[in-house]
Design a binder for this molecule. Structure first.
Ligand SMILES: [Zn+2]
Length: 361
C-alpha cells in the first residue's frame, strides 16, 4: 500500500558543483542545475541572481529532475535552455520531453525507443541511472502532478482527471490511493466527503484509537482519554463525516484494530495494513523508510534523511515523523536522535520509551 514511485536522487554534498555556483561558472551550464529550497526555484550555475545559503541548495543532473521534485525554472537564467555537453543527459531530456508531449496517452517503452531511436534496454537503463526512476514511473508521476495541480486549482475531480490524461477513473484510483494517500474524490478538501469510522480500545500503552475509511486505516493514535483521542480525530478531518458505528466499514475496522493490538504484544513484528492517509510525496518517502526499520532496531533522523537521498533534510524528516497519522503501523517511534536520546513522539515520550524497551526485548 505504501508503494512509493518517486525517488529522485539529488546530487548532494558536491563541493565542486557548489564552487561552480559561487563562481557563476558558465562553462558548467548544462552539466547540472541547482535548486533553492526556500524559493522553490532552480537555476543554471551561471545565473546572475544572488547566491543562497549552501544549506538551502540541492543539485540535480537535469532541469527535468529538479522539476520532478517540484522546483520551477528561474525566469532570469532560463535553465531549460542550457545546452548539455553530456550525451546521456541529452538522451534523458529527449525521453522526458517525448513523455511530457504525450501524457494523454502514455508511451510504451517500445514506442519511446522507436521514437528516440535507441534500444529499449539502453533507454531504460540510462534513464534510470540519471533520473533514479524508470520512464514509466516518470510518466506516472508527471500525470499525478498535473492532476494534483488541477484539483488544487479548483477543477472538478473528473475534469482534472481527464485533463491530466487519465483515461478512466479506475486508473486514477489505483494510482492515487498509493501516491496521494487519499482518494481523488476527497483530496484537497480537508477530508470532505470522506466517511470515517473509528473505534477505541484499551492497550498496554493506554487508550488506542483506530479510524478507517472504506479504503483503509486513516488514523491510529494513543492517548490517555477517549475524548482527547476523538477530538484530535475530528480536528484532523474537519470536513469528514465521522462516526463510531458504520456497519459497512466495521468488520474491517475490527480486524485492523485487532492487528494493531496484536502488534503491541510483539506478534506479528510487522503490521501491514492498507492506509488511506493524505500526505506529500516527501512524507510518503520518509514513512516508507520508517517501515523498513526492523522490529527491535532504531535509526536516527539523520540516517533516515540519508536513506531517502536527502542528507540535509534532517529537520524535514523529523517533521514528517511528527506528522505521522498512523502510530505503530508507520513505526516513527523507531527514529531517535543521533545521540541516542529519544527525540519527540506525537503520542507521548513515555510511550515511545516503553515501546522501544519492549521491542528490544
Ligand atoms: Zn536563475
Amino acid at each position: 500500500m505504501l508503494e512509493l514511485l518517486m525517488t529522485m536522487p539529488s546530487v548532494t554534498n558536491n563541493p565542486d558543483m557548489w564552487n561552480a555556483v559561487l563562481a557563476r561558472d558558465a562553462s558548467r551550464d548544462g552539466s547540472f542545475v541547482f535548486a533553492v529550497r526556500s524559493t522553490g526555484i532552480y537555476c543554471r550555475p551561471s545565473c546572475p541572481a544572488r547566491r543562497p545559503r549552501r544549506e538551502q541548495v540541492e543539485f540535480f543532473p537535469l532541469p527535468e529532475a529538479a522539476e520532478q521534485e517540484g522546483f520551477r525554472a528561474c525566469k532570469r537564467c532560463k535553465p531549460r535552455g542550457a545546452k548539455s555537453n553530456d550525451p546521456r543527459s541529452d538522451l534523458v531530456r529527449r525521453i522526458c520531453h517525448a513523455i511530457d508531449d504525450h501524457d494523454e496517452e502514455p508511451r510504451t517503452l517500445q514506442r519511446l525507443s522507436a521514437e528516440i531511436g535507441v534500444s529499449a534496454h539502453h533507454l531504460q537503463r540510462t534513464f534510470k541511472q540519471v533520473m533514479g526512476i524508470t520512464p514509466r514511473q516518470y510518466a506516472e508521476s508527471q500525470r499525478l502532478k498535473k492532476f494534483k495541480a488541477n484539483v488544487k486549482g479548483g477543477a472538478s475531480v473528473t475534469d482534472a482527471m481527464y485533463s491530466a490524461g487519465y483515461g478512466s477513473s479506475r486508473g486514477l484510483y489505483e494510482k492515487s490511493s498509493a501516491q496521494l494517500g487519499m482518494t481523488p474524490a476527497t483530496y484537497g478538501r480537508g477530508g470532505k466527503g470522506m466517511r470515517i469510522v473509528y473505534t477505541l480500545a484499551d492497550s498496554a500503552l493506554g487508550r488506542l484509537l483506530v479510524a478507517a475509511t472504506e479504503r483503509g486505516v486513516c488514523a491510529v493514535a494513543l492517548g490517555d482519554s477517549d475524548s482527547e483521542l476523538t477530538a484530535n480525530l475530528f480536528a484532523e478531518y474537519p470536513q469528514a463525516s465521522i462516526d463510531s458505528r458504520d456497519t459497512r466499514i466495521s468488520p474491517s475496522l475490527n480486524l485492523w484494530l485487532s492487528e494493531v493490538l496484536e502488534s503491541l504484544s510483539g506478534n506479528p513484528k510487522r503490521i501491514d495494513l492498507p492506509l488511506d492517509i493524505q500526505a506529500t510525496a516527501f512524507q510518503w518517502r520518509v514513512w516508507e523508510e520508517l517501515r523498513r526499520i526492523p522490529f527491535g532496531a532504531t535509526r536516527s533522523y539523520q540516517e533516515i534523511a540519508q536513506a531517502i537521498g536527502k542528507p540535509k533534510a534532517v529537520r524535514a524528516v523529523a517533521r514528517a515523523c511528527a506528522s505521522n497519522h498512523a502510530a505503530l503501523v508507520i513505526p516513527c517511534h523507531r527514529v531517535i536522535r543521533e545521540d541516542k536520546s529519544l527525540g519527540g513522539y506525537r503520542w507521548g515520550l513515555e510511550r515511545k520509551r516503553k515501546l522501544l524497551e519492549k521491542e528490544r526485548g
